[in-house]
Design a protein around this ligand. Sequence first.
Ligand code: SF4
Length: 387
Amino acid sequence: MVTPEQIKQSLIQETERLGIDKIGFASADPFLELKERLIQHRKSGFESGFEEPDLDKRTDPRLSLPNARTIIAIALAYPTRMDDPPANRPGAYRGFFCRASWGEDYHHVLRRKLEGLERHLRELVPDVTTEIMVDTGALSDRAVAERAGIGFIGKNTSLITTQFGSWVYLGEMLVDIALPPDQPVTEGCGDCTVCIDACPTGALVGPGQLNSQACLAYQTQTKGFLADEYRDLLGGYLYGYETCQAVCPFNRGKNFTHQEAFRPDPEKVKPLLKPLLTISNRQFQQRFGTMAGSWRGKKPIQRNAIIALGRFRDKSAVPDLIKLLQDDPRPVIRGTAAWALGRIGGSEAEKALMEAEQREQDSEVQKEIKRALKNRITHEKQENEQG
Ligand code: SF4
């Protein structure tokens, strides 16, 4: 008969064959401390709305798998640099998908790896019961990974590993057998506050405390109008935002490219902005559908592309933006196009905005048009004064 320690060691060996970068074992006891923090988080209004709403489910593994005894946590490292990134040029500006969206959707990749682990476990324990989770499961992947000794949760709320930094995807498998747990790591952020200081919206309201509503990564995924104060802060990001990770000293120089599935296609992760304005649903699915960053569909990506073109003041985008302002059935797209036209300025943009002001029925879009016309005058005034 195999002992729990032998099962654990056999699973650890199997990770090498499966291409899993880190594995850890944790008890499936409820996450009581986390529950307290989540209650406060909710009271403060800091939730994104994308989370599992049931806090008991989020913190008690046994509500996902009755009789759960152990959680097996895994991590896969993803790359942070492209070999030959296409350049940004006037008239051919590009946007950017965050690194957690490079290559194939990690949900699928991690699930395959966990299924491989599950098959191996079943050879050792044929009647084991399991439940696999990757990101969209009820539990907090980060809390599980921390308890399993994969890394520690930094002040930026990312799970940080010493080997790969926080550039890791996390997933876990609940099992109804007891396996020896690993010890949580003792390392931490210490006195560092670099991520808190670097966050452009103040979304990191304290160490390890994120106001998701103010987080730009979350804001890139919303489908409504992007609040005015965030538009100048996106910096070309079409999906996600990662300044709090990019500045972290634990991530300095980290670029692991060994996971083939996450290798970025430069034309997909740094796409030209203008073609995104006219892309059809089918084309969008064909081109971006296998990426994690496509999960909210094309609308938020298009909205963010329009904002980026406005920020770049790309005059060559004016005809396409005017067409959106005139014809697009989605108020968010018409209104954001109005904002971008106001930013870019020029007589053609101005004429289109004035015509739209006469025609537009949607009150939100009307507001955007009026503001675009007013701001355009302010910009021109500023430029004249500076010139
Ligand atoms: Fe911790 Fe500093 Fe990294 Fe923030 S930047 S997560 S404070 S080590």
